[in-house]
Design a protein around this ligand. Structure first.
Ligand code: PBG
Length: 326
């Protein structure tokens, strides 16, 4: 037999044919921009470990939401950074707290153009930096935290959030939040559940972004990187408790998890391209070691190819603008 028998290269011969046979697409509507809004800032503040990302003032956040809507993004995910943190994270429940006012600002800015989502977790609001409240022995108290999450979810819905994103990995969090939202008349407010969230070093730059005061680690509530069967269990529980969308986080080291989760559920699947994944590309590109735009595009298409219907990424607006220029 004479080789080659088949010539797959034929379908790579021109840009037009490559475009014709592309299996995976990235569209602006599939991208969600995570944003940090800080209380008491006069000017946006740079985050040194995430070049190009800032802690927003309320005004600059409004502008970024308008840009996101203009770029046709699917949504924004808001994180609030309060001036004062305490043991119970009470600033997260306050209707005048930074996250809740930022939600209202975003909704008034974006209207129906995109989905306004909010992080539903205590770590930005607690002085100890954990995702829940602590018991008298200093352990994260699951059930006491659920009661606070339930109130926080209602506060965010009242502020106008169309989708809340519980990211604390407490057992029963989706069910507790769903029950509270329904009881408060917010049956239409959706839950994007961080169903499988790993205890990852790749959240490093995020800790600077939210001025986290965490001492210790999150190993008693976030998952171990070695596990995947456990991810499927966590995801199934969240769907059973009422999650409308489930998320895998981080993305790049966990694309196998994304494949498995996509196959296992019948709800949309999101993936979070986290701060450390962002920082690695930006740092290498700043040294001239990789082609920045190609690396970004390859990152996003890989996450989509593995099965993410929705991608949260700090590059969302930039990528969407680039898509529109093509
Ligand atoms: C917790 C939360 C974290 C991130 C999103 N939500 C930090 C953590 O779990 O330690 C990380 C996001 C990123 O690294 O980009 N509220």
């Amino acid at each position: 037999m004479a080789f080659p028998v088949e010539r797959p290269r034929r379908l790579r011969t021109s840009a037009a044919v490559r475009r014709l046979v592309a299996e995976t697409t990235v569209e602006a509507r599939q991208l969600v921009l995570p944003m940090f809004v800080a209380e008491g800032l006069a000017e946006p503040r740079a985050i040194s470990s995430m070049p190009g990302v800032v802690q927003h003032t309320r005004d600059s956040a409004r502008k970024a939401v308008a840009d996101a809507a203009e770029a046709d993004l699917g949504g924004v995910m808001l994180f609030g950074i309060p001036e004062h943190k305490n043991a119970s994270g009470s600033a997260g429940l306050d209707p005048h707290g930074i996250l809740n006012v930022a939600i209202a600002d975003a909704v008034s800015e974006a209207g129906d153009a995109l989905v306004v989502m909010s992080d539903l977790c205590l770590d930005e609001f607690t002085d100890h930096g954990h995702c829940g409240v602590l018991d008298d022995r200093g352990r994260v108290d699951n059930d006491a935290t659920l009661a606070i999450y339930a109130q926080m979810g209602v506060a965010q819905a009242q502020a106008g959030a169309q989708m809340v994103g519980p990211s604390g990995m407490m057992d029963g969090q989706v069910g507790a939040i769903r029950t509270a939202l329904d009881a408060a008349g917010f049956a239409d407010t959706s839950i994007l559940a961080y169903a499988t969230k790993y205890a990852s070093a790749f959240y490093g730059p995020f800790r600077e972004a939210v001025r986290s005061s965490l001492r210790g680690d999150r190993h008693t509530y976030q998952q171990a990187p070695a596990n995947i069967v456990e991810s499927l269990r966590e995801t199934a529980l969240d769907v059973a408790e009422g999650a409308d969308i489930v998320m895998v986080k981080p993305a790049l080291g966990y694309l196998d998890v994304l494949v498995a989760v996509r196959a296992a559920v019948d709800v949309p699947v999101a993936a979070y391209n986290v701060s450390g994944e962002y920082a690695m590309v930006e740092a290498a590109a700043a040294h001239g070691w990789i082609d920045r735009e190609r690396a970004i595009d390859e990152t996003i298409v890989s996450i989509r190819r593995a099965g993410a219907d929705i991608v949260l990424t700090y590059w969302a607006t930039e990528v969407a603008q680039r898509l529109h220029r093509r």
